[in-house]
Design a protein around this ligand. Structure first.
Ligand code: ADP
Ligand code: ASP
Ligand code: MG
Length: 406
């Protein structure tokens, strides 16, 4: 008898008709003889709505109370799914984050799961009851409700699967699996039968929101068998696997984009030792992540430093830099939030030269200017003007031979 975790995202839970569809899938797994825990998201759009209320109430909402508000969307869907399962003749109950509990760090709004208590859960599941668990939420040692960051229900599902030593963790979403790029931008994107943990981790971290980055990190560490598949079809999905399970490795696994980037240029700063520390120290102290960095060649003892911060943090970054203007000694500060980061990811890059050149040429041929570049062993990212997002993703998808046959 297999133990499985099924996770359903916001689109799959949007309204009672869809929840009935989800319940039918759960029923199928129960009737096949499996012990099932289901992790659910809030209805599509609900978390945005709740975040909006908090912002309206106060732009500086207390993060602990923000979590109380935004965690509620998942409470609703978990109860509704349990009701629908019961109405279909199954035994089911909801287990809220605080009831299990799912213990987390105290970082409200982006808490990390520390432990999932499975005692009560296992007893219920072994008796044949379906356990319905709201994703995205947890509890601190001080008994405060937390949330795990946007898209966090994926991480809840993987954490529950790891704690239950589940045989499978199936992530049901609104596309049929992991594609070579976002299928909503490139209709000729191809579904991948398998993708390595490492590539999925890198893709998620550069913007492919089909899985939350932390869920992949956790799956990799705990060796959870994750499959991404559609709530709306019976097509096979994508398995996330170890590298040795992939027989024929493509050079590039996929192309991703991230709109949550903003560019900051500090002009005419003195070119002396310690200057980058003077810029990035205060940003780090304010907990603002700096991503791409370019320092221009100095002329007449002054230099320009360009870097990116999350778009959502741009206003704060500006305030921090202005407060430190004297210590840094810059002449001007220019910010631009109409930029995006485009990345190509593939483990094949380790053994092949010329991958970056293909990218730069393809973009140059379309007149797309590259504003900043960063690389890792299996990834190349460029910063470009936002207006070229779709064009850039499409041309790179074609340049690396990823397009599906017409
Ligand atoms: P859920 O609500 O089920 O968690 P999300 O909206 O978080 O769904 O994630 C699914 C979405 O991820 C898809 O609708 C798709 O637009 C987007 N996406 C981005 N990159 C990819 C990719 N490489 N493969 C599949 N989907 C992707
Ligand atoms: N409902 C949360 C969000 O929209 C968590 C999730 O769906 O994964 O971010
Ligand atoms: Mg999601």
């Amino acid at each position: 008898m297999a133990r499985i975790v099924m996770k359903f995202g916001g689109t799959s839970m949007a309204g009672i008709e869809r929840i009935r569809g989800v319940a039918a899938r759960v029923k199928r797994e129960v009737e096949a003889g499996n012990r099932v825990a289901v992790v659910v998201s809030a209805m599509a759009g609900e978390t945005d709505r709740l975040v909006g209320f908090c912002r309206e109430a106060s732009p500086l909402a207390d993060p602990a109370e923000y979590d109380v508000v935004v965690a509620s969307g998942e409470q609703v869907t978990s109860g509704l799914l349990a009701i629908v399962l019961q109405s279909m003749g199954l035994r089911a109950r909801s287990w809220l984050g605080w009831q299990l509990p799912i213990s987390t760090s105290e970082a409200h709004g982006k808490a990390r799961i520390l432990d999932v208590d499975t005692k009560a859960l296992l007893t219920a599941m072994e008796s044949g009851e379906v356990a319905v668990i709201p994703g995205f939420q947890g509890l601190t040692d001080a008994n405060r409700v937390t949330t795990l960051g946007r898209g966090g229900s994926d991480t809840s599902a993987v954490a529950v699967a790891a704690a239950l030593k589940a045989d499978r963790c199936d992530i049901y979403t609104d596309v049929e699996g992991v594609f070579t790029t976002d299928p909503r931008i490139v209709p000729r994107a191809r579904k991948l039968g398998k993708i390595t943990y490492e590539e999925m981790l890198e893709l998620a971290s550069v913007g492919a929101k089909v899985l939350q980055t932390r869920s992949v990190e956790l799956a990799m560490k705990e060796k959870v068998r994750v499959q991404v598949l559609s709530s709306f079809s019976d097509e096979p999905g994508t398995m996330v696997v170890d590298e040795d399970e992939v027989v024929e490795q493509e050079l590039i696994a996929g192309v991703a984009y991230d709109r949550n980037e903003a560019k900051v240029t500090i002009g005419a700063v003195p070119d002396r030792p310690g200057i980058v520390a003077a810029i990035f120290g205060p940003l780090a102290d304010a907990n603002i992540n700096v991503d791409m960095i370019v320092q221009n060649i100095a002329n007449e003892q002054a230099t320009d430093v360009t870097f990116t911060v999350p778009r959502t943090e741009l206003a704060r970054a500006r305030t921090v830099l202005e407060a430190n203007a004297e210590a840094i000694g810059y002449a001007k500060l220019v910010t631009d939030d109409s930029v995006v980061k485009i990345s190509v990811v593939g483990v094949g890059m380790r053994s092949h030269a010329g991958v970056a050149v293909t990218m730069f040429r393809a973009l140059a041929d379309r007149g797309i200017n590259v504003l900043a570049i960063t690389t890792s062993e299996i990834k190349i990212s460029v910063l470009i003007a936002e207006e070229y997002l779709e064009l850039a993703v499409r041309v790179l998808h074609t340049a690396y031979g990823l397009d599906a046959a017409a």
